[in-house]
Design a protein. Structure first.
Length: 278
């Protein structure tokens, strides 16, 4: 699944084309992705101007002049691309947003979603936080508002393990399986350690490395394991910089111990037994 760095990479790329552009229409080849697509979505956004493009967690938010915001989630295997108006569709091009830039040139934003776990929806911009996909999200993984006191207060009331806490979108949104493993390795924290047992230094290390890992991944265009690609067609190059994820039975770059894999809640978690002692 595309995580925060992949979504942020996509957001930054499409922003170059979409900002101040006029939406001509929105076409859908299916009535449902993960959820039903609103039947009037084209009516609401026809001839509206794109004012701003935001992101929270794994969601791209396209704010428009009709005081509504388009909400995009890439799902498990979705990706975005920009093409000319007369482009040739390929399989799984399910959503096409036709738009006109300020020079008059017409282009398309294409949402390709092979597994159809993505989604497109919209909501009033003024109360976007009440939308069912947004209202329960925690603080964004790259937010400067993530502080020690914030995490300490949440962790002190929970007995969940840190790996699950990092994946909990209600606490910090945007972190998925790949980056949870990497953040814990950078922080030298065992994924099975309970959050209420984390000391001050460990929490501060988490804070530091959440920002470091996510920021580095964004600079490298995200991580391509299987399906993901950037809107410009390139893969995400952070895969070449992964320290533990996907490196089972290989040597740790720090200590030469052998990386092994844990299955936690049916999700693969990669760990160095020497660097991340429980």
């Amino acid at each position: 699944m595309p995580e925060l760095p992949e979504v942020e990479t996509s957001k930054r790329y499409i922003e170059q084309f979409l900002l101040n552009a006029k939406i001509l229409n929105i076409q859908s080849s299916v009535s449902k992705l993960r959820w039903e697509i609103h039947p009037d979505i084209n009516f609401f956004f026809n001839n509206t101007i794109i004012l701003k493009i935001d992101r929270i967690g794994k969601y791209i938010l396209i704010n428009t002049s009709n005081k509504n915001t388009l909400i995009l989630h890439l799902g498990m295997s979705g990706y975005l691309s920009i093409n000319k108006a007369n482009f040739k569709k390929v399989k799984h091009d399910h959503i096409i947003i036709n738009f006109e830039v300020i020079t008059g040139e017409k282009k398309c934003l294409i949402f390709n979603d092979q597994r159809r776990f993505g989604h497109i929806d919209f909501h009033y911009t003024s109360n976007l936080k009440k939308h069912f996909l947004i209202k329960n999200l925690g603080i964004d993984g790259l937010s400067k508002s993530i502080k020690y006191d914030f995490l300490k207060k949440i962790f002190s009331k929970k007995t969940t393990i840190i790996k699950n806490a990092l994946l909990d979108q209600k606490i910090i949104c945007g972190i998925g399986n790949i980056y949870a493993s990497e953040i814990l390795f950078y922080s030298k924290i065992h994924p099975l350690k309970k959050v209420n047992n984390l000391c001050k230094d460990e929490i501060n290390s988490l804070l530091h490395n959440i920002n470091i890992v996510l920021s580095k991944a964004v600079l490298n265009g995200g991580t391509t394991i299987k399906d993901y690609k950037q809107p410009n067609g390139k893969v995400g190059y952070f895969k070449q910089k992964l320290k533990v994820y996907g490196r089972e039975k290989l040597k740790c770059y720090n200590c030469n111990s052998i990386i092994f894999k844990l299955n936690i809640n049916k999700r693969a978690t990669y760990i160095c037994p020497e660097c991340q002692k429980n």
